[in-house]
Write a protein of this length. Structure first.
Length: 400
């Protein structure tokens, strides 16, 4: 029975990701570089928008980044109101709070300022501003009827690529399960990639979010839905991460390196939003709902083990990525193995552990079940994983 399931899955692509191939190939207008905050602010003003809701978190207020952006908006003639209540892995509650503030101040647009959490919350706030239904009704594929309020994004981490994806991940505040919202209408209109906003990112967050970008690119590259275009985006992202993540962790104030990581995240987002992700993300999302593990860290821990499992079905692709980052090997198989080894070496250099401290052996069967349910419904993974195989992988991620 299990073998039959594996055969059926290997011959099919989940319907959602098949549909994603036919979505319009839109990319937001993007400003890149230290002038991009000003350029984006001026472009918002040119759209006759007088007041925006800046959606962010309290850390970014403390760091002075919100003030920097608000002042830039003001100089361009755009007033702003700040909602700084977003927490990592935002919940429906924060979306509702942001929406209430937007209504109270009569804002005409939403500007996401932050990592994936503020960006995802912003996507839903702008969608709910024009679709007055309970948030649950917007969950799933293509459930957003009316065009959202204009949405702009300025990422301050380099990982999720949410600024260019059609997706938002918001958790249910009661069950803490991540809920997925996918719709081309969630794509921001314009993006500002200002590397100066990422200069203060601590090494641990730089490392974890950078590994998220790498995971997007690799899972997209080996996806059964990959196209020539998405493979091109993924290759750019993988190379940028391999060339810059170490330096971004050691010398966070280097603008060139930060710029490269912003682009790595951006291209990773462009790659995976068409192809979807895979088992690494399915496991990472489940770690997130069980233990609140930061998204990038959870991905990094699962990545090498999942790639080892997937190897028989994606050896050629991993060997191609190895070529791109200058890994030598006498055969395709050797190069693919060396590529996985190079990921482990990179993790070691940027101080990411190979196992998850919080993971408890008694949780493993349920975690495997939840992760596989997510993956088999949504992701065009190259090699089907059975419950027992997933449990074995998870056992390898135990610490001690
Ligand atoms: N929509 C998508 O396509 C997509 C893709 C991947 C992940 N996600 C979601 O994104 C979320 C994770 O986003 P994330 O990894 O960017 O983390 P995050 O937004 O939760 O931020 C992590 C921490 O970094 C801090 N931070 C952010 N920018 C900073 C800066 N410049 N300097 C110092 N500290 C800074 C934040 O205050 C926070 O404490 C998860 O909820 C995940 O599910 C969404
Ligand atoms: Fe991710």
């Amino acid at each position: 029975m299990s073998k039959l399931k594996r055969f059926a899955h290997n011959s099919l692509i989940p319907i959602g990701s098949l549909l994603a191939r036919f979505l319009p190939d839109k990319v937001p207008i993007t400003f890149v570089g230290v002038d991009s905050t000003r350029e984006l602010s001026e472009s918002i003003a040119q759209m006759q928008i007088e007041k925006v809701l800046v959606v962010t978190d309290s850390v970014l207020v403390e760091l002075g980044l919100v003030q920097k952006v608000s002042e830039c908006l003001e100089r361009a003639g755009v007033a702003s109101v700040t909602y700084d209540g977003v927490l990592p892995d935002p919940t429906f509650t924060q979306v509702e709070q942001g929406l209430a503030l937007l209504d109270q101040h009569g804002c005409q647009a939403v500007l996401a300022l932050g990592g994936g959490s503020p960006m995802d919350a912003s996507k839903l706030i702008s969608a709910m501003a024009t679709n007055r239904v309970p948030i649950e009704k917007l969950e799933g594929m293509m459930k957003i009827k009316n065009a959202p309020m204009p949405l702009f994004a300025m990422p301050t981490t380099s990982g999720t690529g949410s600024e260019v994806t059609l997706a938002a991940v918001i958790s249910d505040p009661v069950s803490h399960k991540k809920k997925f919202f996918t719709d081309p209408k969630l794509l921001p209109l314009m993006v500002g990639l200002d590397p100066s906003l990422t200069l203060g990112l601590p090494p641990a967050i730089t490392a974890a979010t950078g590994m998220d970008a790498l995971t997007h690119a690799i899972e997209s590259y080996i996806s059964k839905s990959a196209t020539e275009t998405t493979r091109g985006y993924a290759k750019i992202s993988v190379k940028l991460v391999f060339d810059n993540l170490d330096r971004a962790c050691q010398d966070g104030k280097n603008l060139e390196t930060r710029r490269a990581m912003s682009l790595a995240s951006y291209y990773g987002g462009l790659a995976f939003t068409r192809t979807s992700v895979g088992y690494v993300h399915a496991i990472a999302h489940t770690f997130g709902s069980y233990y609140k593990t930061p998204h990038g860290l959870a991905n990094a821990i699962a990545l090498p083990n999942v790639l080892e499992f997937s190897l028989p079905a994606c050896e050629a692709q991993l060997a191609e990525l190895a070529d791109d980052v200058g890994i030598k090997g006498e055969s395709q198989a050797r190069k693919a193995e060396e590529f996985i080894a190079a990921i482990r070496q990179l993790m070691q250099r940027v101080a990411i552990p190979f196992g998850l401290e919080d993971l408890r052996p008694q949780d493993i069967p349920a975690i495997a079940q939840q992760a596989l349910a997510e993956a088999h419904l949504n992701y065009p993974v190259p090699r089907y994983m059975l419950q027992g195989e997933c449990e074995t992988l998870l056992h390898e991620m135990l610490v001690g």
